[in-house]
Design a protein around this ligand. Structure first.
Ligand code: GDP
Ligand code: MG
Length: 290
């Protein structure tokens, strides 16, 4: 298998650790059900992900609804300890008022766990980080800007975690529709003071310009392949042709993957600690002293 992830390049990101220390990265996906979240995750880590049974209980508080799955990926002396947290799609409940509380509780529980460990002399040196470093929020390919539900979710969570907005099932929009939709979304994000990653957070300004222009990333996921010039590529096949996941003319998948895995993983981890966790911690401290 040709290395699809280039996680071997991870140490090139602001190296501050020994090469042997594994990267710990925790990714959450949220949005309506049926937008291709699970398919996208499989596509992103373009390898049959193997669960790491020993690492399963890294996260604190597991609900039936929110299931973290942990994997170990290896490449060129680098280990990536990856946890993907899938959340129930908002359409899964008949209740029209989507319940965001379990998601908030999950995120807070990991911050609490980290805070406790920080305060404990024995654990401080070796904290297992289960905090969410990036939340991919899936928007439907409607073309109509943000819905109230999206605004409500994004407003609530954008000060808690790094939110990366994506358009799911991007093949449902023509390039023109996609461009207009992105504009409408950006306008709604700004109007509602919603902070997203990397636009409002990235410490690493050099990479910002490169990725900012793709926000919200339009993505396509697929479990199927076609053969193109003798090479197997992931694609969705239609009567009129194929949409290739890794073709940047077709969607922004490669740019999102590059940002998440190849260039900004350490920045997402740092931002989580320095911005979101700090805010959470100071909120806790304030609460304790009053
Ligand atoms: P989830 O509920 O958000 O996790 O969505 P799934 O990944 O389970 O996908 C729901 C359905 O949409 C499945 O039938 C997928 O094959 C299909 N699907 C997934 N990704 C895409 C995509 O990028 N484009 C299109 N057209 N369909 C997709
Ligand atoms: Mg799913």
């Amino acid at each position: 298998l040709k290395a699809p992830l280039n996680i071997g390049e991870l140490p090139a990101q602001k190296v501050r650790r020994s090469k042997r220390r594994p990267y710990v990265f925790n990714l959450m996906v949220a949005g309506d059900s049926g937008l291709g979240k699970s398919t996208f995750i499989n596509t992103l880590f373009n390898a049959p992900l193997r669960e790491n049974p020993g690492a399963k209980h890294l996260a604190s508080v597991q609900t039936v609804d929110i299931q973290p799955t942990t994997y170990e990926l290896f490449e060129e002396n680098v280990t990536l300890h990856l946890t993907v947290v899938d959340t129930p799609g908002f359409g899964d409940t008949l209740n029209r008022d989507a319940d965001f509380n379990p998601i908030a509780q999950y995120i807070d529980a990991q911050y609490d766990k980290y805070l406790k460990a920080e305060r404990s002399d024995e654990k401080r040196g070796n904290i297992l980080d289960s905090r969410i470093h990036a939340l991919l929020y899936f928007l439907p390919p409607t073309g109509n800007g943000l819905r109230d539900l999206d605004i409500e979710f994004l407003s609530r969570f954008c000060t808690k975690v790094n939110i990366i907005p994506v358009i799911g099932k991007g093949d449902g929009l023509s390039p023109e529709e996609s461009a207009m939709y992105k504009k409408a979304i950006l306008k709604d994000l700004a109007r509602n003071d919603i902070r997203t990653y990397p636009t409002h957070h990235a410490e690493d300004r050099d990479h910002l310009a490169k990725f900012e222009k793709f926000i919200p990333f339009s993505v396509v996921g697929s479990d199927d392949y076609i053969v193109k010039n003798g090479v197997k590529v992931r694609a969705r096949v239609y009567r009129w042709g194929a949409v290739e996941v890794e073709n940047e003319q077709h969607c922004d998948f490669v740019h999102l993957r590059e940002m998440l895995i190849r260039t900004n993983m350490q920045d997402l981890i740092d931002t989580t600690h320095l911005v979101h966790y700090s805010l959470y911690r100071s909120g806790k401290m304030g609460g304790e002293s009053s």
